[in-house]
Write a protein that binds this ligand. Structure first.
Ligand code: ZN
Length: 350
């Protein structure tokens, strides 16, 4: 009899060991614990019967049953620790071979970058950076610059006029507008500064314009103004040559052609040698070897007078140019509307 019970106990132990080995979850482990060590389990049943057994049987079966109960309990505890540890490791597992998550940090907008480039080139040549109001009155934006009262630039089609008029210090009413050009700063600056000086005025301007790939209602310009006793067209050509060569990173030539603007006399359009082909002729320059850049000229003496200077006492040149246009040429951007589109796919490229 005793040997049968002993066999049964050994069998329980073997069964328990095999089942515990296969367990992978705590729930199933608990079921195993109840099955082998619970109050209704075979092993506990045997232990309960001990008291009714003969002394001889008790001595041989008791220690064996107790040892197996202890062994099974220990196995279950070890298994439990192992499952918990594996779970922890799984949760905290880090795959060091995965590529890192790139942190995206903001950067300067392409227009800001180009404007800084322009400012750096000019300040290197001794220019100062001047600033002025974006909301301007008619005098500084047009009249002081010798733009006639009936000039088409003052038209509703070209300018965003503000409905409300404001009173000037002299009591006169004046129309106001978001400035159409950075030239509004010319007379403002001259009123408070005595020549000689060299300034550039970068800033935002507004035009009442139908937008397309090359026209935008809000864009940026920079104005260059140099005034002194003997400033000449040759000075302009030299400074323009240095500026454009520095900006595009290659040696460029300047060509000027006669033109007309109310604020300059003489006035001229200027071209630079093609930044793509270097002057040999290509699609970008329509085979001419030259790119039209913008308008410029010697400051009209009337403008000096409007600023309070004596006529023919000073000479100077002025030149305004679109920053977007320069960015488009340098970075081969084919639509001016992209700059203010807010499209990150565009912005992130620069
Ligand atoms: Zn070309």
């Amino acid at each position: 009899m005793a040997s049968d019970i002993k066999k049964a106990i050994e069998k329980i132990k073997k069964e328990a060991e095999e089942m515990i080995k296969e367990i992978k979850e705590l729930d199933s482990l608990e079921r195993i614990r109840v099955q082998f060590l619970g109050r209704k389990s075979d092993l506990i049943g045997i232990l309960k019967q001990l008291k009714d057994m003969a002394e001889e049987e008790k001595k041989s079966i008791g220690p064996l049953a107790n040892r197996v109960r202890q062994d099974v309990f220990t196995l279950i505890q070890k298994k439990k620790n192992q499952i918990e540890l594996e779970k922890d490791l799984e949760e905290e597992w880090i795959d060091v071979t995965l590529p890192g998550k790139e942190k995206y940090s903001g950067h300067q907008h392409i227009i800001t970058k180009v404007q800084r480039d322009i400012e750096n080139i000019f300040t290197f040549m001794g220019f100062e950076i001047a600033d002025g109001p974006e909301m301007e009155n008619e005098w500084y934006n047009f009249s002081a610059l010798n733009v006639p009262a009936d000039h088409p630039a003052r038209d509703m089609q070209d300018t965003f006029w503000i409905k409300q008029k404001i009173k000037e210090n002299n009591g006169q009413e004046t129309r106001i507008l978001p400035r159409t050009q950075t030239s509004n700063v010319q007379v403002r600056f001259m009123e408070s500064h005595k020549p000689p000086f060299k300034i550039i005025v970068p800033g935002r301007v507004y035009r009442n314009e139908a937008t397309d790939a090359v026209h935008e209602h809000t864009f940026n310009q920079f104005e260059a103004l140099v005034v002194g006793k003997d400033v000449s067209v040759a000075n302009f050509k030299h400074i323009a040559k240095i500026f454009f060569s520095e900006f595009f990173g290659k040696d460029l030539e300047i060509r000027i052609r006669p033109s007309y603007f109310p604020f300059t006399e003489p006035s001229f359009e200027f071209d630079i040698s093609c930044t793509v082909c270097g002057g040999k002729g290509c699609k970008s320059c329509k085979q001419t070897g030259w790119l039209e850049i913008g308008g410029s000229g010697m400051v009209n003496q009337q403008v000096f007078e409007n600023a309070g200077y004596k006529r023919n006492e000073w000479q100077g040149f002025a030149w305004g140019f679109g920053i977007e246009r320069l960015a488009m040429m340098k970075y081969k951007i084919d639509d001016i509307r992209l700059f203010m589109s807010g499209d990150l796919r565009f912005i992130k490229q620069f």
